[in-house]
Design a protein around this ligand. Sequence first.
Ligand code: UD1
Length: 433
Amino acid sequence: MARLVIYGGNALHGEVTISGAKNSALPIIVAAALATEGESVLDNIPHDSDVGTICLILRSLGVKAWFDQEGKLHVNGQTLNKYQAPYDLVRKMRASFYCAGLLLARLGQAEVPLPGGCAIGSRPVDFHIRGFSQMGAEIIIEHGFMKAQCKELNGTNFYINRSSVGTTMNLMIAATLAKGTTVLESAAKEPEIVDLAIFLNGMGAKVRGAGTDVIRIDGVETLHGVEHTIIPDRIEAGTFMFASAITGGDITVKNVVIEHLRSPLIKIEESGCIVEKGTTEVRVSAPKRLQPIDLETSPYPGFPTDLQQPLVAAMCLAGGASVIRENIFDRFRYVDELRRMGADIKVERETAIIRGVSQLTGAPVEVTDLRAGAALVIAGLAAQGRTEIYGLDIIDRGYENFEEKFRRLGADIVREETKAATDIFGKIQGINV
Ligand code: UD1
């Protein structure tokens, strides 16, 4: 078992280079296996464990996926020949449900485990399933699996509830090889959707309107491999911006698309930070004390739910009270951990009221979900004394070289191996009770 040990209080300074976007990489890796000619070569893929998991799932389906010496991922879907996705891998990550769109499009048959509940509340896939069904798939839910089959998928007009990102992507993947035109209404507009559309079109698909709320996909007969570079991770970029804010630092965040960061940058400026925008980088210098912020999370271009937790961590040290409303997921469980560090946070249903305190104090804390992990790390970096963070496998799902990047900015942070529980039981054995 590993933990991060942080001695907080250092203002972070310097430059950090942002990795490729995990939420773009995952659907694109799956979509790459739609091709029956050639292979795709994907650059700027983040080397995190979710990417590793999706590659293993594809391999279990017969797809070839491997990294070359430059860190580029090669995906060859010509050998895809199995339609049952393995539960032990799929259960680790909700995004593996994208395999359902791939398998229906390529093989007309899919057996994919339903993702279970997770630490940010119930996350059903009913919109995805309704979309597949409307495209002509016969679907049964049995023994925890979605079992779907069709002779072929047909184009359809489908209205996507809540502008779901995952549903938009899964149906885009499925519709590329469907017969006729699929129109997705109220589609998600996130930059990762646009990245997926650019990739699919590079493979020979006909996707129009990505980035707006109506996406049209004209089905084609076949797709081929292509080279593609994944967009930078706007959530990782935002996390480092809030790390600068909370530690009183001055960080230049490199390899970003400024346009993707519009709403977080507005809020960072509102908190009193000075923001200097370059072409592909942004510098965030913190004031002596942050100003409180009020906001609510919403689909892009609104403030992303994935940055709600780092923002709340920063507001713990603001000079006043902030009111943050979470509209997308049940995402406030981690505030108990921030409270253990001295934060003053009250949660009522979807709203958190954070009264800024003059200091946080280091404490042992447990990561509850991926973005909570990022929030606890930056809180630890600002807190007085020693913070220990447990549950690192969750952080490793979505951040590449996380602590190394912070160390280069002047943070006192190390990863330590701790004794596993089995060692403790080993010691207890033989004790006379
Ligand atoms: C994706 C992102 C996640 C981000 C979220 C919102 C990936 C791998 N993950 O998650 O980091 O926080 O978008 O920007 O890209 N819903 C249903 N039924 C469904 C699908 C969704 O009820 O079938 C609900 C969800 O519970 C949630 C809302 O719709 O309340 C939006 O979820 P969605 O946009 O689908 O999120 P994900 O794609 O899971």
